[in-house]
Design a protein around this ligand. Sequence first.
Ligand code: AHR
Length: 497
Amino acid sequence: MIKLYINTERNKGKIHKELYGHFAEHLGRCIYEGIFVGEDSPIPNTNGMRNDVVEALKEIKVPVLRWPGGCFADEYHWKDGIGKKENRKKMVNTNWGGVVEDNSFGTHEFMELCRQLGCENYINGNVGSGTVQEMAEWIEYMTCGGDSSLAALRRENGQEEPWKVQYFGVGNESWGCGGNMLPEYYANEYRRYQTFVRQYQNEKIYKIACGPNEADYEWTEKLMRTAGKFMDGLSLHYYTLPTGNWDKKGSATDFDVETYYVTLKKAFFMEELIRKHSEIMDKYDPEKKVGLIIDEWGTWYDVEPGTNPGFLYQQNTMRDAMAAAINLNLFNQNCGRVRMANIAQMVNVLQAMVLTEGERIVKTPSYYVFDLFKHHQDADLLESVLFGAGEIPTKEGAMPRITQSASMGKDGKIHITVANLSAEEGCTVESILSVSPQKSVKKVGGEILGGEIHDKNTFEEPEKVKKESFGAIEADKDTIRFEIPACSLVHLAVEVG
Ligand code: AHR
């Protein structure tokens, strides 16, 4: 029997809602078609944003959205994306499929999307091919409420009040597609560019420096040493590839059980990355003022056969759901340093929440993981320890069989998310809560997402995988007992009184 002890008295810090963030790049059919169809589209929309997609995303409480890239960010010139649509400049999206970018989705449209989603904004600036002046002027255009030419231009373009910019990234992957810089060089550039991300309002813009690629600890060391004092956050990018080979990543849907486990084992590598990068950050920032911002994470496979290789369109199965559950539980458990995370990407690209085809949409298994985890947003992490869960052997070493985290929600309930990663075997979990002698478990609500490892939602069968209510729970005094089937995720909401 697997035992899960939860100390309800031990608050281990706030799980910032931004750990459940998303990322939308000008890439393939993410923005265009997936989110933005334009006001004249026959697809029902509000100010150009598809109603079905916005409604689905509101359901999972998207807390923050990163835009416009990714690699696209370092080729993006914001002035091309404002003003009358017919006058906007066209460019070739050299990173992603060489398609024409007509700039019909720009700053105003992004802010409108965030308004409709009710989420915060995270804008990524251009260091690779942009100037300090261009970046400074973008900030002024968006946030200056005073009498400046750029503020006047914003008003002319229909936005009277300045927007609040919550998060601003200074370059993306500056070690790669964002300029192939060395850490020493970028650290200096970061110091210079961020100086001109001026404050026009009382609310502080949270400045994020480009952080390491995966296990590049030297990058973190040099950035923290040279520029740590000038940043609020440092990004980290890590993608889960079943093969670890960028030229042959493997299929999203056609895989054997061993590949399923190896993929999940690779997802667990996130734990080591967080731990080791955090150790370096702790040296320079023991008070944990600088957040680790995992602003690109998720599974990455070969594109679906017959689709544009530059569009990164992939299907999504229960394997992705389990990979997402591993990551989200890890982010919760490391909420002392991890301040934000953004899955790549929101619609039609990589580990997407939603897939679209014309006017049809499907919610992916990963979507439902975010739905089950949403109760942890802004909750307090509780100490939780597993006993007897065991490990699963894979050809790349053993990995935990169960992943879990627990929090005390703003609603006063204890929220527990537990995933059984085994492809074949269910198990019984007994969760013991430290409740005071006068109190006991009063009510437990449950929901489950489960299936066979290859299960997915398609346009022909859009609801094969979906969350269901989970009632097979026994509770007495301080103990909750439940069976968790193979390859499934359970969310429990526990009331103690
Ligand atoms: O998410 C796809 C791409 O992956 C992003 O544009 C880039 O930052 C990363 O390499």
